[in-house]
Design a protein around this ligand. Structure first.
Ligand SMILES: Cc1cc2nc3c(=O)[nH]c(=O)nc-3n(C[C@H](O)[C@H](O)[C@H](O)COP(=O)(O)OP(=O)(O)OC[C@H]3O[C@@H](n4cnc5c(N)ncnc54)[C@H](O)[C@@H]3O)c2cc1C
Length: 475
């Protein structure tokens, strides 16, 4: 029997799992997909929000600010890329300048430091490609960017290195209350027992809540994106937002931590967790980006994708004990700024809610540091040579666009949390994320996965389930 079982391997579940391993507890995480970070934490803008957006006094405002302050050192500990690039909310009229002052005042009440409204001349100095129509902006120097799936994978990997267990492909479909806890059942017939459950299932969290006897309706709002090649990386330096209206924040234009440019997201109410892109959605993204900046090099588009925000009508984070099953905790309605807030949410949930069920005794063996940035291409020539001498597989480039070696791919399959499919390798190593989007390296990556997992090549999938790449041998 586990002390605590986390349901859902997104950034919130992942960081809660890691936080739990700081104490002497037996903990595990179940995730319905073949890999972690497959929900909202896979496809979002990756912005570490400064904290001027959320209404004063909300949990969103509180945890956004704390999470923003925690992110740089957390990212460093976990070997995850984070850049403090600052953000700009851009105004296109006098009325919007007034809104900027309201945002500044709200941000200051929330505790955000350094907010400043700047005029067009200052804005142009910061962002030479800004639209001719832009008249000023709110500068938030504490805004940043991080890679959301890297953060999720690293937090779960670090938790596993510290003793946590991970069960992928465990789609929770039943929860029975036992004498001193719960028996959790999966669609494939597995069972896990735990004293305390934490529901971090994102868009699937409403279903988990109902299995626990509660009624929390979680809805979906899709956001579509376009990603530009690294060649376009100098289009903007800050994250550029439109001034928010009643309809929302609109399309942003931002660099990513890997040097690409991200454009999006749209905001479309949808029935289910539908992450397809549509031509209308992508047209809206390009229209927004062109309104924000001059010379948007759309010819450098390398991919488009979508993610679904999981929200409730409360429009604030729900971090509370289940009404019907007091040994369960809900972490739901974690829409934006949930990525930013996730480290602060994790600390709160463990220290304030899990602590009601256990006496939290420190795990003196907890190792917070995952490992330094290990992208081979970032090493010096001497370091590269040293690594190749120890392991010649670092001398073989597999992904030419991103310069990723065989050694890095093998490590992704061997290290916690192990990659089991092509997309999982891609999220850990960037193999297949470049201009050709895996056109050249995919077969070789598939061979390496088959070799490492000791499975036939035909059984390698793109992203788990039945997403097989090959139907059988022709010769
Ligand atoms: C388009 C978009 C843009 C965003 N931009 C930002 C941003 O720039 N900055 C920011 O701070 N925040 C942003 N957010 C919000 C942020 O992404 C989320 O707050 C955060 O990722 C939520 O993480 P989570 O772990 O709660 O949920 P998720 O990442 O969705 O994880 C839930 C997990 O539960 C699993 N699951 C579901 N049902 C079951 C089941 N029955 N059994 C087992 N597992 C199950 C899912 O597969 C999933 O992996 C954005 C969100 C979206 C969608």
């Amino acid at each position: 029997m586990y002390d605590v079982l986390v349901i859902g391997g997104g950034v919130v579940g992942g960081l809660i799992l890691r936080e739990l391993t700081k104490y002497r507890l037996r903990v595990a995480l179940v995730e319905k997909e073949d890999d972690v970070s497959m929900g909202q934490s896979r496809a979002n803008s990756g912005i570490v929000h400064a904290g001027y957006d959320a209404a004063v006094g909300t949990l969103k405002a509180k945890f956004n600010l704390i999470g923003n302050r925690m992110m740089p050192s957390l990212a460093k500990d976990l070997g995850v890329k984070y850049v403090n690039n600052g953000s700009l909310v851009v105004a296109f009229s006098k009325e919007e300048i007034e809104t900027l002052y309201e945002l500044k005042s709200r941000g200051e009440q929330n505790g955000v430091a350094g907010l400043q409204v700047i005029d067009r001349t200052e804005l142009l100095k910061l962002e030479p490609n800004i639209s001719e129509e832009a008249v000023g902006a709110l500068l938030a120097p504490t805004g940043g960017i991080v890679c959301p799936y890297e953060l999720t994978i690293a937090s779960i990997g670090n938790a596993m290195d510290n003793g946590a267990e991970l069960f992928c492909g465990f789609d929770v479909c039943g929860i029975e209350r036992a004498q001193d806890g719960f028996t959790v059942q999966s669609v494939s017939g597995q069972e896990i027992q735990a004293k305390v459950l934490i529901n971090c299932a994102g868009i699937g969290g409403g279903k988990i809540a109902s299995l626990l006897g509660d009624s929390i309706i979680v809805k979906g709002r899709r956001g579509q994106y376009i990603l530009l090649d690294r060649e376009s990386g100098d289009l903007v330096k800050h994250t550029l937002f439109f001034t928010p209206t009643k309809k929302g924040k609109g399309i942003l234009v931002s660099p990513t931590v890997d040097g690409n440019i991200i454009l999006g997201p749209t905001a479309e109410e949808i029935e289910d967790d539908n992450v397809e892109t549509t031509s209308i959605g992508l047209e809206n993204v390009t229209a927004g980006a062109k309104k924000m900046c001059k010379n948007v090099p759309l010819y450098n588009t390398i991919t488009s994708f979508a993610g679904t925000r999981a929200y409730t009508d409360k429009h604030d984070f729900i971090l509370e004990e289940s009404e019907a099953s007091p040994n369960a905790i809900h972490c739901l309605g974690i829409e934006s700024p949930g990525l930013t807030a996730s480290p602060a949410i994790a600390k709160y949930v463990v220290e304030e809610l899990v602590s009601k069920h256990f006496e939290l005794v420190k795990n003196e063996d907890f190792q917070p540091i995952r490992k330094p940035d290990y992208f081979f291409k970032n090493l010096s020539l001497e370091e590269k040579n040293e690594m190749i001498q120890k392991d010649p597989s670092y001398g073989k480039i597999v992904c030419r666009c991103e310069q990723i070696t065989e050694g890095e791919i093998v490590r992704a399959v061997r290290e916690n949390p192990p990659a089991r499919n092509i997309d999982a390798v891609k999220r850990r190593t960037r193999a297949g994320m470049g201009r050709c989007q895996g056109g050249f390296c995919q077969p070789y990556v598939a061979e390496l996965i088959a070799r490492e997992l000791q499975i036939p090549l035909e059984q390698v999938t793109k992203s788990g389930g039945e997403s097989y790449l090959l139907r059988g041998k022709t010769k």
